[in-house]
Structures are given as structure tokens and as C-alpha cells.
Design a protein. Structure first.
Lengths: 144, 140
């Protein structure tokens, strides 16, 4: 199954989803498509007109362009996802920093789609890490 | 996801005794026709998707809970990202944060492999008014 990860560039979540037998949907794959197939100078900093139009599907025209640009990448991934894992209470510089509104919007879009979503807390110590891994494993093994 | 090219990043957990040099040599020793680049955190492997996935599986067989991987959007040594070519490296702050977390995740994976299960944390309850009053009085 395709599992969307949030933060969408997380190594830990990407690795765990793959390890327990599912396909992670991440920012890296979305950017790789643009690097390989579209002649854009430096994605995701530079976008195409199509990206801007795609972003409009997920955020209104009055929303700042940065949010729309980010959602142009993540929105189609959320549409494609069968499940999602969201990490809460991350430190400031963990994940995609710069726009908390985009991160909130991603959580809202996942909720609106109604797909199974697991919310885990950023592990601060070894004990919490065991819980985090066990919880993620149980969730991923339960997906059919 | 691209089927033709996959660049994969292998990062070693700080709890592991494996070094990036050992990891890069080990991947070289598989004899696969993939590009391997040693980095400070582990190594980058680039090649056709099937080949890179087979390398990932072999690395996981040897070091199941010590080496973590994810794909990388830009090719290895891309001038827009490579430090040697003065490229920007916007993902590096994220990698540094993940590296700190990997030691804990490795411990978590080890314990789960031994049979640890998820235990829901105790819910925080509101403190009774009398207890709260007592605390306030002691502090006064």
C-alpha cells in the first residue's frame, strides 16, 4: 500500500514504511520526477506553471504562493495515498521548516480524505522510541 | 517514481560501530554496477532502481537495524547540490536532525525485534483542586 509520510522528507519514516513492506510517498520522489523529466533549474525552488495550477486545487488563490507551491508537490501524493503516518511535536528544524501553515494544511487534507492515519509523537528518549517503532509497526502490519 | 535512475542515501546510526568507509567498501564488494559515493554519514548509491533495491536488501541483511535509507531526488554529485561544486545543500539540516534520532530508533527496532509491544502512555489527568491548593500553599 502507498503510505504518505509527514514530515514528507523524513528518513526515519521513509525507512520504517519500506522496512515493514509498504511504499512510502515522499517529497523526494516528487522532486525526482521534476529533476528527471522537467527542465527546471532547481526544483522545488523553481516551479512550472502547471505546478501553480495544481496547487490551486488544494489551496485557494488568496493563500500565499509558498503554501500553494508546497501543496502542488504534496497534494497529489496525499490523493494517491492509501494511508498516512504523521509525526507530531517535532523539533523546530525537523521536517519541512518555513511554513507551519502548509504543514497544518497537509494534516487537514489527510483528515479530509478519511484514509487510515497514524499520529505518532517525536521520540525524546529510548523508551518513547520503542513505543514509536512498535506503534508504527503495528499500524503498518495492520494495513491490507 | 522513476524506474530508470534511483539515488539512495544510506545513513549509519550513531549507535553503530560501522563506519562510512566500511559501508562503502562493503557495497563496492558486492560487485554491482552502481555508483557508490562515500559521505560523512554513510554513502550514496546510484543506479537502476532494481539494482539499488537489491543493494539495499543486502545491506539490511548485514546490518538490519544500523543502516537507514531513503531515496534522494537529485543525482549523486549533481552540481546543484554537491559540496565540491559549491552547490547549496538545503536538506542537510534535516539529515543532521535525523542522525540524532537514529540512535533511538535503532534501540526501538532492537527492542521490537526482541518482542517489545506498544504500551499506550498514561493519560494526563486534571489535578484535584485540594491537591492544587496544597501545592500552592507549600510554595507560598
Amino acid at each position: 500500500m502507498k503510505v504518505f509520510i509527514d514530515p514528507p522528507n523524513s528518513l526515519v519514516l521513509f525507512d520504517l514504511v519500506e522496512r515493514f513492506g509498504h511504499e512510502p510517498l515522499s517529497t523526494m520522489a516528487a522532486i525526482q520526477e521534476r529533476v528527471d523529466n522537467i527542465e527546471v533549474d532547481m526544483p522545488p525552488m523553481n516551479v512550472t506553471l502547471d505546478d501553480v495550477v495544481k496547487g490551486l486545487k488544494y489551496a485557494g488563490v488568496e493563500v500565499p504562493s509558498g503554501v500553494r507551491g508546497r501543496l502542488a508537490l504534496w497534494g497529489p501524493l496525499i490523493d494517491e495515498a492509501d494511508a498516512a503516518i504523521i509525526m507530531d511535536d517535532c523539533p523546530y528544524s525537523f521536517g519541512c521548516v518555513g511554513c507551519e501553515r502548509s504543514n497544518l494544511m497537509v494534516k487537514y487534507l489527510i483528515k479530509r480524505r478519511g484514509i487510515p492515519a497514524l499520529r505518532v509523537t517525536y521520540p525524546e528518549n529510548d523508551e518513547q522510541a520503542v513505543n514509536f517503532v512498535a506503534q508504527t509497526k503495528e499500524f503498518l502490519e495492520g494495513l491490507q | 517514481m522513476s524506474e530508470t535512475r534511483e539515488t539512495r542515501l544510506f545513513m549509519i546510526s550513531p549507535r553503530s560501530t560501522l563506519t562510512p568507509d566500511q559501508l562503502a567498501r562493503m557495497v563496492h564488494a558486492y560487485g554491482a554496477e552502481a555508483l557508490v559515493k562515500e559521505t560523512c554519514y554513510g554513502c550514496l548509491v546510484e543506479g537502476p532502481r532494481e539494482l539499488v533495491l537489491s543493494i539495499r536488501d543486502r545491506v539490511r541483511e548485514g546490518y538490519p537495524n544500523e543502516v537507514f535509507t531513503k531515496i534522494r531526488a537529485y543525482p549523486s554529485s549533481d552540481p546543484r547540490r554537491c559540496r565540491a561544486m559549491h552547490g547549496t545543500r538545503p536538506g542537510y539540516a534535516q539529515l543532521e536532525m535525523e542522525w540524532e534520532l537514529l540512535a533511538r530508533v535503532q534501540h526501538g527496532l532492537d527492542e521490537v525485534a526482541k518482542g517489545a509491544r506498544y504500551v499506550p502512555p498514561e493519560e494526563k489527568k486534571r489535578i484535584p483542586v485540594n491537591d492544587f491548593k496544597r501545592i500552592c500553599e507549600v510554595r507560598r
